[in-house]
Design a protein around this ligand. Structure first.
Ligand code: GN1
Ligand code: MG
Length: 359
């Protein structure tokens, strides 16, 4: 099916079994299983990533930097095609790139134990720490304003003006939830409009299936690096809160199953801080818990906006899919807000452990 694309990468399609791979919503991903080597082939969704060259340029710069500063770090960068470019354009105008498949690796879709949370958080923290001295101005924005909460709110407002009456009525509870939680937007605006927190190199999509694990459940490395670009650390921490704490994910339709596993919070904090504890500013640290509010609220807004826009961004596998996803996220937000006093106590106790270890 991808004969010409594979030829462009110097591979013969007859030598590989091609299967759809992963559960990403945006790009199409395939695994190529061969006799000697396996690969991951990915078609970039250019409706979303309008300048795919920005992605490969960023990854090349990061790879070069890391291979000089941390040669042992496993960074899964795209492979060059025969043309010497990292991207291949198909006859239909689609862009493809190829990655080596990391031997012995697997992904998980929901976290089963706290150790996975710790390890994943440590990996994302390590990545940002290793790039602490990298000049972020060299990086392009692969998605401009990707995690700009103010913009996401404005997009929601615009969608609620143009949405059809039926969808607006169906979404009335979620629309209320947006307005009932405006304090989150306010805090975000205060933080970013006064430059109270610094831009860092962050991943921007810290779902657990973007971490590769080995057979012993040790985290090996990070994947899905398209949104590696300057951003706030809140994005990475917050998306971990959004996707690691609940035993069920954003696709769950039975909302009673959504709850917060508080001990997983402790592991995220411990894992991330083990790498970034000495780098984060006081203001960043003070907003560790806020990050979860921000990202859960943002994802609720994004799903709701897409529902109001007739599912043009995420698509829908059943009629109210994005509305259900939005309901799911707002339920998670409520659970998260309720758990915050416990999170505060946990942070204090982990900080004590860190202090004791230093002495
Ligand atoms: C999209 O494609 P995927 O699953 O890696 C989205 C993320 C959302 C996520 C929700 C570029 O990520 O921001 O959090 O869906 N990526 C983009 O599942 O919009
Ligand atoms: Mg992604």
């Amino acid at each position: 099916m991808f004969d010409n694309i594979l030829i462009s990468f110097g591979l013969k399609s007859a030598d590989y079994k091609v299967e759809a791979f992963g559960s990403g919503l945006i790009n199409h991903t395939y695994k190529l299983t061969g006799k000697a080597h396996d690969y991951v082939l990915q078609q970039i969704n250019t409706n979303v990533f309008k300048k795919p060259h920005n992605i490969v340029n960023n990854l090349s710069l990061v790879k070069e930097y890391l291979s000089e500063t941390n040669p042992d770090y496993l960074f899964v960068a795209p492979l060059k095609a025969l043309s010497n470019d990292f991207l291949v354009k198909s006859a239909t105008g689609d862009y493809f790139r190829l990655f080596p498949f990391v031997k012995g690796s697997h992904t998980v879709n929901t976290l089963e134990n706290e150790q996975e949370a710790y390890q994943a958080a440590q990996q994302f923290g390590r990545f940002t720490r290793m790039l602490h001295d990298f000049d972020i101005n060299k990086l392009e924005y692969t998605l401009v304003d990707f995690h700009n909460l103010k913009l996401r709110f404005d997009q929601f407002k615009a969608a609620s003006v143009t949405a059809n009456a039926l969808r607006l009525a169906q979404a009335s509870d979620e629309i209320k939830a947006v307005y009932n939680n405006l304090q989150i937007l306010q805090t975000y605006n205060e933080l970013v409009s006064n430059n109270k927190i610094p831009l860092r190199v962050v991943h921007h999509d810290t779902k657990i299936n973007n971490v590769l694990f080995d057979a012993n459940k040790n985290a090996l490395c990070l994947v899905d690096l398209d949104t590696v670009m300057p951003g706030y650390y809140l994005s990475d921490i917050g998306d971990m809160m959004r996707t690691y704490l609940s035993p069920v994910n954003e696709e769950e339709t039975d909302l009673s199953q959504i709850h917060v596993r508080e001990d997983f919070f402790r592991c995220i904090y411990k894992g991330y801080m083990s790498e970034m504890g000495s780098i984060l500013t006081e203001t960043e640290k003070q907003h560790f818990i806020f990050s979860g509010e921000m990202m859960i609220y943002m994802q609720g807004l994004r799903f709701l906006t897409d529902f109001l826009n007739n599912d043009i961004y995420y698509g829908a596998k059943y009629p109210d899919h994005n509305l259900v996803r939005a309901k799911n996220q707002f339920k998670l937000l409520t659970e998260y807000l309720n758990a915050e006093p416990t999170f505060k106590t946990m942070i204090a106790s982990v900080d004590k452990e860190f202090l004791a270890a230093e002495i």
